[in-house]
Design a protein around this ligand. Structure first.
Ligand SMILES: NC(=O)c1ccc[n+]([C@@H]2O[C@H](COP(=O)([O-])OP(=O)(O)OC[C@H]3O[C@@H](n4cnc5c(N)ncnc54)[C@H](OP(=O)(O)O)[C@@H]3O)[C@@H](O)[C@H]2O)c1
Length: 287
């Protein structure tokens, strides 16, 4: 099976490369070899590679910056994705595309199902919704769209690594306890993507690790597990604060737990709790 991976240097792109099964021939590329701002180069790459499937994990992921930089966010997350889907249709290539919990407004009181109505409240969420809707419209069942949330990996910048750094530098920390979601190790998602490709699963699905947490819960777990793993020498006080005390340019969903039952069923996989995955990821970090 030949796969073209766009966005190989990001968290998920890196995890896809190191979990790639033996039977896959992977052509992995990222900016600046391919630039989603000018898709001409991508068409050339597709034609040179002639893949069976294309996995797109490249994206504009700077959620707050997107509020100011709408055009670039829309180009990367929406119109470039639509163009790539068009190329895939022309050349009969399956497309795997990653979307986000930020397509929802966060007012639910139970986990979001894949067909719950989206209602993004940020530029990032709106542009990602534009991207996934284009893929669905252009490729229909020749595509797999996976919404995920709160990704982290030992590669790249993320909440886990920021917390470990701040917990060494600061005397105390204030962390929001209002937003509720599910921390998700990108490694688990990467393995799910390979299984889904092998099983030729199509459609719109959700994937996160199992369980639920606030950012405050997540920070506390990072401190506890970080100390157990020998990455932190001492615990500092961590205080829960409401969101309005930490204002950000982009609004974030209050509750964005995703219901992943249909995907787990299709994949025939059991969910792994986020705290178990956090422990696995921390083993990869050096003090
Ligand atoms: N991170 C999360 O918490 C989260 C949550 C929900 C959904 N998602 C989605 O999951 C997917 C993977 O996320 P991630 O955390 O792995 O993202 P990431 O680490 O930010 O990686 C994104 C990749 O896109 C590349 N990229 C940026 N601009 C580009 C351009 N003009 N042309 C080509 N490539 C470009 C980046 O390259 P450079 O490194 O060179 O900039 C980077 O390799 C994305 O679709 C994201 O929207 C992420």
């Amino acid at each position: 099976m030949k796969i073209l991976l766009l966005g190989s240097n990001g968290q998920l792109g890196w995890e896809l490369q190191r979990t790639c099964p033996d039977y896959v021939t992977l052509d992995a590329c990222d900016y600046p070899q391919i630039d989603l701002c000018s898709t001409g180069g991508i068409l050339e790459r597709i034609r040179a590679c002639r893949p069976d499937s294309l996995i797109n994990v490249a994206a504009y992921t700077a959620v707050d910056k997107a509020e100011e930089d709408r055009d670039t966010a829309d180009r990367l997350n929406h119109t470039a994705v639509a163009e790539i889907a068009g190329y895939c249709r022309q050349d009969n290539i399956r497309m795997v595309h990653i979307s986000t919990d930020f397509v929802f407004n966060g007012q639910n009181h139970k986990p979001y199902l894949p067909d719950d109505p989206p209602d993004p409240i940020s530029v990032y969420g709106r542009t990602k919704l534009g991207g996934e809707q284009s893929v669905q419209k252009i490729l229909r069942n020749q595509s797999l769209i996976i919404r995920t949330a709160w990704l982290y990996s030992s590669h790249g910048d993320n909440f886990v690594k920021t917390m470990l750094r701040l917990m060494k530098e600061k005397q105390s920390l204030n962390i929001i306890d209002e937003q509720i979601g599910t921390p998700t190790w990108a490694n688990g998602l990467a393995r799910a993507i390979w299984t889904a490709l092998e099983k030729k699963i199509s459609g719109l699905f959700h994937w996160t690790d199992a369980g639920v947490a606030s950012w405050y819960d997540f920070a506390m777990a990072i401190q506890e597990e970080g100390m157990t793993a020998g990455l932190l020498n001492q615990a500092i006080p961590v205080f829960p604060i409401p969101g309005h005390l930490y204002p950000t340019p982009a609004k974030r969903p209050f509750y964005s737990v995703l219901d992943k039952t249909s995907f787990l069923h299709a994949l025939d996989l059991k969910p792994i709790h986020w705290r178990v995955h956090l422990r696995s990821m921390l083993k990869e970090i050096h003090p």
